[in-house]
Design a protein around this ligand. Sequence first.
Ligand SMILES: Nc1nc2c(c(=O)[nH]1)N[C@H]1C(S)=C(S)[C@@H](COP(=O)(O)O)O[C@H]1N2
Ligand SMILES: [Mo]
Length: 436
Amino acid sequence: MERPSGSKPGISFQPARDPGKPLGRRSFLKLAAATAGSVAAARPVSAAEPSSNYPPGEPPWSLSVGAGVVDRPYGKPADFEAGVIRRNVPWLTAGTESSISFSPIQSLHGIITPNGLFFERYHAGRPDVDPHQHRLMIHGLVERPRLFDVNDVVRYPSVSRIHFIECPANGGMEWRGAQLNSLQFTHGMISCAEWTGVKLSTLLDDAGLKPEAKWVMFEGADGAHMNRSIPIEKCLDDCLIVYAQNGEALRPEQGYPLRLVVPGWEGNVSVKWLRRIKVGDQPWYSREETSKYTDLMADGKSRGFTWSIDAKSVVTFPCPEKPLAKPGLYEVRGLAWTGNGKVRQVDVSFDGGVSWHTATLQEPILSKALTRFAIPWTWDGQPALVQSRVIDETGYVQPTIEDLRKVRGVNSVYHNNAIQTWQVKADGSVYDVQLT
Ligand SMILES: Nc1nc2c(c(=O)[nH]1)N[C@H]1C(S)=C(S)[C@@H](COP(=O)(O)O)O[C@H]1N2
Ligand SMILES: [Mo]
């Protein structure tokens, strides 16, 4: 297929690979079934249904007494929303204990991810931590080593902040080409919550940092004992030790009962089930910052400590799971975020990046949080190539996948923040493609 006129010469159009071929036919069928199911659930009621249920008629649920208050001591979504769930990609990892579940961002609204739909990433499964037996140790280069229980942490002055967490492997399968025909799978390793806890600086001040303190190691209570080293400047800037997520205790999936949140940095450093904080004078060079979470470049060398999440955005409607029903006026919607602070501007293209239109940013626009954008679009029923491009408050502009590959090659699985292209076909269906 030809790129639209006005685009750079010599550029060819590369559609999403059939995931069934390189990845095994059965996995593809599972993906296709999952996608088809959620699309069907979103379809409007058909004209064949009895119109006596519509106003001024009365449907059955208006003519009887509803359920009482005792059957749902803890609420849950409507049964009709059963397709809005986290999903995993079976071929991605050897087992589910070292895997990832993707958030259904194609079905979410606003900037807060409901707790039951927050993406999950485990290196050794999800431990069942007993909060009464859990302790947080602070030791190393401090004047007063500490052993806190959860209540000790809760007694400190509290703060609530809205921040995203994104695994740097989000989009990692798309480095070599468009691979997954699904917004959930190309971008669903991101979620955003209101976190409540204590500033890390408060706990470190209380323990008393020694003058040589330069780095801090954080370790989880899971079987992986997952641990990362973070420079003291970031620790004293905006890191949080949290015990609550969107108003309730952290979910076990997110690190119950205590978690580190490192705003704007790759999700891996936000250590869950936090049990140990050790202050030192140099990094620990743990597995997660040497063999993993480093970026293998084209020349075979690796970049280390690539913490910050660069600015990224994606159109969430339309997308493969949410096609266009018919020509007409739509509000095109999406999400933008940056580890550098706030989102300044998002532009949307309907012709594969030839022309751009500035979208409206929706309030609130918070630092290191998801930001919503929207722009009206009258779709004329012709094929289109829909993209979004974010510029953050530092002036950083989201790159194309070609630009990223020029600098970084295709060896890495991490930090792919490229502009996403959705191909809209004349029948309104939407596909993951790359313009190369
Ligand atoms: N203790 C511990 N912390 C952890 C992990 C883990 O496996 N064990 N996974 C990390 C990774 S790789 C990411 S991307 C984030 C994911 O956070 P979430 O599962 O709350 O979405 O947690 C990080 N913290
Ligand atoms: Mo991750």
